[in-house]
Design a binder for this molecule. Structure first.
Ligand SMILES: Nc1ncnc2c1ncn2[C@@H]1O[C@H](COP(=O)(O)OP(=O)(O)OP(=O)(O)O)[C@@H](O)[C@H]1O
Ligand SMILES: [Mg+2]
Length: 238
């Protein structure tokens, strides 16, 4: 689905990503980990075309993102990519349904209701977002991201603002969507959150130094090694 060959990506004089090559297949659930400032968000923004100044090439279904102009990139995101973030990015003076319609003006109320029902939050459709819990807000954000038949979800630390229980609910939701065929690429600092994925990419020094198949028992075991290095600090913050 994605063929990624980043020779060099810089912000001014700062090189963040370089010599980074990988392929992401349709239907994968990829967790991206790495130290703060290692370039995880930059990587995700390159996959959505938000960051498009770099040497190298990223192709999505055989289309090189570099060949798309601004309008075509916006269309590409609108059609293919749903994005969710740590802080939900909802409009707090609108209710749940209005938030979803704002980003998906062509969706009908029936379509919104069907999506809310699927994510288990139909009961809050008329609630102000100020009255929703964090876990509910993230599910609203997922609903908003997924309307109009998106095929990929890019998630930047989707559970970082949530308590352990809500984090698990969000991960179960993402897992259900993945089981239905959605591709998920998710940044997390938490090994236990990463363990929901089928593949783990570890970013260090500008590229992926570790690429683990989490379905493979032996490789899954290595997640525990990574857990020991980064786990304690972040698990405490879950
Ligand atoms: N728009 C920008 N302009 C200049 N420098 C930037 C910009 N965005 C990010 N950077 C820098 O690029 C580096 C990578 O940032 P990025 O946000 O991709 O890291 P990250 O791995 O997502 O970090 P975190 O875990 O803290 O979210 C950092 O040094 C950051 O300061
Ligand atoms: Mg980041």
């Amino acid at each position: 689905m994605y063929h990624i060959n980043i020779i060099r990506q810089q912000y001014g004089d700062l090189t963040v990503l370089h010599n980074l090559e990988t392929t992401i297949v349709q239907g994968e659930f990829v967790a991206v980990m790495g130290e703060s400032g290692s370039g995880k968000t930059t990587f995700l923004n390159m996959l959505s075309g938000i960051v498009n100044q770099y040497e190298g090439e990223i192709t999505y279904l055989d289309t090189s993102l570099h060949l798309l102009n601004k309008k075509q990139l916006t269309d590409f995101r609108g059609k293919e990519i749903g994005m969710i973030f740590q802080d939900f990015q909802l409009v707090d003076f609108l209710n749940v349904t209005e938030n979803i319609l704002l980003s998906n003006p062509e969706s009908t109320l029936d379509e919104v209701n069907a999506m809310l029902e699927k994510l288990g939050i139909l009961d809050i459709k008329d609630k102000s977002v100020l009255q929703c819990s964090g876990g509910q807000l993230q599910r609203v954000a997922i609903a908003r991201a997924l309307m109009s038949g998106k095929k990929v979800i890019l998630a930047d630390e989707p559970t970082a603002s949530l308590d352990a229980k809500s984090s698990k609910e969000i991960m179960s939701t993402l897992k259900m969507l993945h089981d239905e065929g959605l591709s998920v690429i998710m940044i997390t600092h938490s090994p236990s959150i990463a363990s929901y994925a089928t593949r783990l990419l570890y970013l260090y020094d500008g590229h992926f130094v570790s690429d683990l198949d989490l379905n493979n028992k032996e490789q899954n075991h290595r997640l525990k090694d990574i857990m020991e290095v980064v786990g304690e600090v972040y698990e405490a913050n879950l």
